[in-house]
Structure formats: C-alpha cells, structure tokens
Write a protein that binds this ligand. Structure first.
Ligand code: FO1
Length: 309
C-alpha cells in the first residue's frame, strides 16, 4: 500500500508516524503545509516540516507537539538578556535547522531539496514534500486586524476572533516537485487527509490550484481523518475557530468541509450520529500512544481500501 498524506501541524504528524509503522516508510509520502512558515530574526522557519522531521526521526518533544525532546534554551536566555522578542521559543538544537535552511535557501536551494536532505541525514525513510517551494502565508483576518499565522497562533494564543482565513500567494503557488506525481501515481493506493486543523493546516494545500486539481483527478481513494478526536468534546483552536467561522463543531461540518475532495471520512467513536453524505467508518481517533497512531493509520487505510474504485 503506497500512501500519500496531506498533513500539517501536530495532529498530522501523529498520523504520519502511525503510517510509517503500519507501512514500509518508503511507501509513505507526506505533503506538508508550508503556509505556517515565516521569517523570524531573518531565519526561515518551517514549523510543520520541522515537526514532521522531529517526529519521524524520534527527536520530537511528543508531549509538547513541536520542537525537540531534551532541548536547551541558552539562545533564548541570551536573547531575553538583550531585550530580543521572546514570544516564539527557539531551542538551541532547533536553531540549527533554521540557520542551515536559511543559508541554503540564500544559496539558491529549494525548500523541498533542503527538506529531503535533512530527512535523509536523519534516516527518515518516508518522503517529506513541502506543498510548494513558493511562498504561501496563512493570514487571519480577526477582530484585531490581519495577523500573520504565528502571531495569531503563538503570540496571541489564538485569542483574537477570526472572521476569515486567507492564504497569501496560494493562487499562484506551484506544487513542489513530486507532489502532483505522487497524487496521480497509479501506484498510490490511498490519499489521506490527516487530522490536522482543516482550516489552518489543510486548506492551504487545497488552496494551491494544481494540488486541488490533482486531488480531483486522482484515481486513489481520498480519506479524511476527523480532526475533532472525542467528537464535539474538543477544546483547542480547531473548535474555537469553527465556531468563529459559523460552523458547528461536529463531524457533519467536517464532512461538508471536505465535500468534493474526500471520498470517505474516518470519524471518532464518540462522534454523535450525523447526516454525513459520504461513506464513513469509526475508530477511536484520540492518538496518545504509538499504538493509537498505528490504529488510526490502519483504520484510515482500511477505509480507503473499502471505497477504492
Ligand atoms: N508553538 C507555540 O505555541 N509556542 C512556541 O514558542 C513555538 C515555537 C516553535 C518553534 C519552532 C517550531 O517549528 C514550532 C514552534 N511552535 C511553537 C509550534 C508552531 O507554532 C505550530 O506547530 C505550527 O505552526 C502550527 O501547526
């Protein structure tokens, strides 16, 4: 089973980790949201790519979701002593990724080539493909004005009320090399949409015309994994954002969001029955242990196989 997974953020990385334990890692291709990327102190930071690099190489701070396990913070302490902005925490080990990526981008390398090299250096068998080598930037139109993603998500802790979400640059962004080929490949048995925040981590991918078109043409079944584990009983930014966008916080709203893209939906056992107008299956989508991650990955692949043309 060769699988391609559209992913972003912490929830997505959990599913990808489950996939590389359910399948040979080389049969897994992750197409990763890069619209959370931003420049900070001139450093090129790619949070969703880095979360995946750390997660798949066993370096991730699993409890925190992002960053490295056992990180040290000498840089942040020195930064604070000099009055530098400290709202975005950059660990000493994490800095190496940003410094090297920044230097190699400046030397003319593409984000996808740099990412593939980092993955190889850390023994990651799965393919990690940024969605694009062009700049796409998520911006939140809020009651406090327009906020760049990290300012909203980290500095303001998702407190501002969101009116709409925009992806600057998406309309003209080209998919990174191998992205469309992976989606259209006859060897691809399943395309999964990870349980990432649909509005912040998946929609940037769908906003790139050639990616949306490739999904429409793909022969492989497309299965979306519900991003609201535990049904409606979810706190966190996804539920708050859904309410602010005028959506119900339930599986039916997720199904509507992916209507026309997904062929089936993997719901959580606790999701109340709802009018889902596409095939669906259920499992416990809460992913706390590695076994949880493998279970959800296997359930998504099984659902894909059951709806395959
Ligand atoms: N998230 C936070 O809530 N606080 C941080 O200080 C923070 C720093 C950070 C540094 C590098 C990195 O790759 C991710 C970081 N994140 C932090 C998480 C990041 O904002 C999110 O993981 C994604 O952008 C949203 O999925």
């Amino acid at each position: 089973m060769k699988s391609v997974v559209l992913t972003g953020g912490v929830g997505g990385a959990k599913l990808v980790l489950g996939l590389i334990h359910a399948l040979p890692a080389a049969d897994v291709t992750a197409i990763v949201n890069s619209a959370d990327d931003f420049r900070h102190f001139g450093l090129a930071i790619s949070p969703d790519i880095d979360t995946l690099l750390y997660t798949l190489s066993g370096k991730a701070n699993a409890a925190q979701g992002w960053g490295r396990e056992g990180e040290s913070w000498a840089f942040m302490e020195a930064l604070r002593s000099l009055g530098g902005e400290d709202w975005f925490a950059l660990g000493d080990g994490d800095l190496a990724l940003h410094v090297l990526r920044t230097a190699r981008l400046a030397a003319g390398e593409s984000l996808s080539a740099i990412t593939a090299d980092f993955a190889r250096k850390w023994g990651i068998g799965a393919r990690i493909l940024p969605m694009s080598d062009d700049i796409v930037a998520t911006q939140l139109v809020t009651d406090e004005g327009r906020l760049d993603f990290q300012r909203y998500f980290v500095e303001r802790r998702c407190q501002p009320v969101v009116r709409s979400v925009e992806f600057a640059g998406a309309a003209t962004a080209r998919p990174a090399p191998c992205v469309v080929e992976a989606l259209l490949s006859p060897e691809t048995d399943a395309i999964l949409i990870a349980p990432s925040n649909p509005f912040l981590s998946v929609d940037p991918l769908l906003a790139i015309p050639a990616i949306r078109e490739a999904l429409r043409q793909a022969s492989a079944p497309i299965v979306a994994v519900s991003p609201i584990p535990g049904g409606q009983a979810v706190k966190g930014p996804t539920a708050k954002l859904m309410r602010e966008l005028g959506l119900e916080v339930n599986a039916a709203a997720i199904a509507r969001h992916y209507q026309g893209i997904a062929d089936a939906l993997l719901l959580d056992d606790r999701d109340p029955p709802a009018d889902i107008h596409m095939p669906y299956a259920r499992t416990d989508t809460l992913m706390q242990t590695l076994d949880d991650r493998v279970r959800v990955a296997r359930a998504a692949l099984a659902l894909a196989a059951s709806v395959a043309p």
